[in-house]
Design a protein. Structure first.
Length: 455
């Protein structure tokens, strides 16, 4: 009853017809915060050789032709790369330990996958703070969206690219038992593919390329996102929703002035304040927090002769130095964007540029050490499942639970928490014992395991 009352009060329209944003995130954001980011864009189509999936197509497991530098992966075929465990051919140098999957949550198989991911949250199924059943000490999941306006919420034939993550976000909200889901949004997607989406070039070059058409679509997307937040499953700070946005600048992408206008318009339309986190440091005035994305260009500016640990510290100094050395605007927060590495299968999307940041324990350790020394106490982890560009934390066939287990243990050390070897093994067992439903095995996709979240 109390939660319902708070929810009703939260959504009472502002009688003044305008919302003044308060930059006070630094006051209210917990000092202990760890969120995992998921692209949630993988699909299993109706003609899958191991049984129909819930989606319109098998998106991103095969990225199609990317020039001459990478092979065309066909997920319908099996590879002999792993002789003891044949794998479906996918556009990645890694293979999910639990097999390829749909991210959407539209059928039981996919819902169990979401449950498996949610089992990484601390106390997902228990109110006891001492409950440790092999989670990864995560506080929140951020699920990427592209455009709700182009999804089945509005269109009878939605864009294939946006429907899978839209469904994933809805089902993460439905299946979470705690306040843990942060909507994520790729703000570059719509402006990169606007012409393909029927929106024109968004550059005001003529009437068919109106910038306002794209800006209004973006505003409507954020209005939907805020309205979709749920008091019982969305991550709230100071009783306000939190939104994470992948941002970038230049070309046709949104600029600082446009972001300010977007936020004013969205807040006034929903009559509700919220906090917004960006990935671009120069947008610190328009956002409440900055969580820098994996910066491969900065990595190339460091010496390859350095040991991984030392090179990582140099890398982070290039990325975070300007923020740490500046006077932050009132109420803003620096969040540590943590990565397990980068191993790009697409070679810069067909440009034949080998982009690699070593997936090593020393890379992880150096990031935690740098954040601790510089008193950056909140973390955003990139990414759970971008197998295409190889920035994964999800357990894979080559490395097992290496990234997830190390991050779990390092988070414990980072926040001075007691380590639990038994729970470490539970985390390993949960993933290694989950069957590979769609990786050239004889396991039937109808035999979906349940996920035990009990303590």
């Amino acid at each position: 009853m109390m939660l319902l009352l708070v929810y009703i009060i939260l959504w009472i329209p502002n009688s003044n017809g305008a919302v003044t944003h308060t930059y006070d995130l630094s006051t209210y954001m917990p000092s202990k915060f760890v969120s995992m980011f998921s692209v949630s864009w993988y699909g299993i189509g109706p003609t899958d050789p191991q049984g129909p999936g819930p989606d319109s197509y098998t998106n991103h497991w095969s990225v199609g032709a990317q020039g001459t530098c990478i092979p065309n992966a066909n997920p319908s075929n099996c590879s002999t790369e792993y002789s003891t465990q044949p794998q479906r051919q996918i556009s990645s140098r890694y293979r999910p330990l639990a097999g390829i999957y749909s991210s959407s949550g539209k059928n039981l198989e996919s819902q169990r996958r979401i449950d498996l991911m949610l089992s990484t949250l601390r106390n997902q199924s228990s109110s006891s703070p001492s409950c440790d059943y092999g989670h990864a000490r995560l506080d929140a999941w951020s699920i990427q969206l592209e455009s709700i306006q182009l999804s089945s919420k509005y269109l009878s034939n939605p864009s294939l690219n946006v429907e899978i993550p839209y469904q994933a976000y809805i089902h993460f909200l439905q299946r979470s038992k705690t306040n843990s889901i942060i909507p994520g949004y790729d703000s570059t997607w719509l402006y990169s593919f606007s012409s393909n989406l029927g929106l024109g070039k968004c550059d005001n070059s003529n009437q068919t390329n109106s910038r306002d058409r794209c800006l209004n679509t973006t505003i409507k997307d954020f209005v939907d996102i805020v309205k979709m937040t749920n008091m019982s499953t969305s991550y709230l700070i100071n009783q306000k929703p939190v939104i994470f946005i992948y941002t970038s600048l230049g070309g046709n992408l949104l600029n600082a002035s446009e972001w300010s206008s977007i936020w004013t318009s969205v807040r006034n339309q929903v009559n509700l304040d919220f906090y917004a986190i960006a990935t671009t440091s120069s947008l610190i005035n328009q956002f409440d927090a900055i969580a820098p994305w994996v910066d491969y260009v900065a990595w190339t500016m460091t010496s390859s002769n350095l040991p991984t640990y030392n090179r990582t510290l140099k890398w982070l100094s290039l990325v975070y130095g300007p923020l740490l050395q500046s006077v932050l605007p009132t109420g803003r927060v620096i969040i540590g964007g943590l990565s397990s590495g980068f191993d790009d299968y697409t070679e810069s999307w067909g440009a034949c540029q080998n982009r690699t940041i070593p997936r090593e324990t020393q890379l992880l350790q150096a990031q935690f050490d740098y954040f601790r020394i510089n008193q950056i106490t909140r973390l955003f982890i990139y990414t759970w499942d971008d197998f295409t560009e190889g920035s994964i934390v999800e357990p894979d066939v080559r490395n097992g639970t290496w990234a997830l287990l190390n991050i779990r243990q390092m988070i414990g050390t980072f926040y001075n928490e007691t380590q639990n070897v038994t729970a470490d093994q539970m985390l390993i067992d949960r993933w290694t014992n989950y069957p590979q439903l769609r990786n050239c095995t004889t396991i039937q996709v109808t035999s979906i395991p349940s996920i035990d979240l009990s303590c």
